[in-house]
Design a protein. Sequence first.
Length: 130
Amino acid sequence: MFLLNPNSGVPLYVQLQQQIRQRILSGQLEPGAQLSSVRDLSAELHVNPLTVAKVYQLLERDGFVETRRGIGTYVSPRPAVLRMDARRQQVGPAVDQLVAEATHLGLGADEINALISERFRKLNRKAQIP
C-alpha cells in the first residue's frame, strides 16, 4: 500500500515515484515482480490514471521498470551498478540537507563523517540484536 499526502506540497506523482523506487531499491519489489495495473493503482489511491501512467513512464525511463504491452509493468532486472547509482540518487536530498544544516551549525566534514560513522555502528548493533 502506498500512502500519498495531497497536503505535503510534494506532487502526488513524485511521492508515488519515490515510494516505488524505494521499494525496488530496498528489495521489497524484486526484479520481475509485476506492479499493479494503472487502472487498479489509480483506483486504490484515488488519483487520476494519468498520474500513475506518468509515474510508470518515469520509472521506465530511469530503468526501474519495463512495460510489456498488453501484459503489464514489471520491475526490471538491472545491473548492480545502476542500482547503487539510483540508491545514491535517492539519498542525495537527505545528504544535501544534512550538509546544509551542518554548515549552518559550523560543523566540518570531519565531524559529520564521525557522526555518520557512529550512527551506522549503532544501527548495525541494533540490527544484530535478536
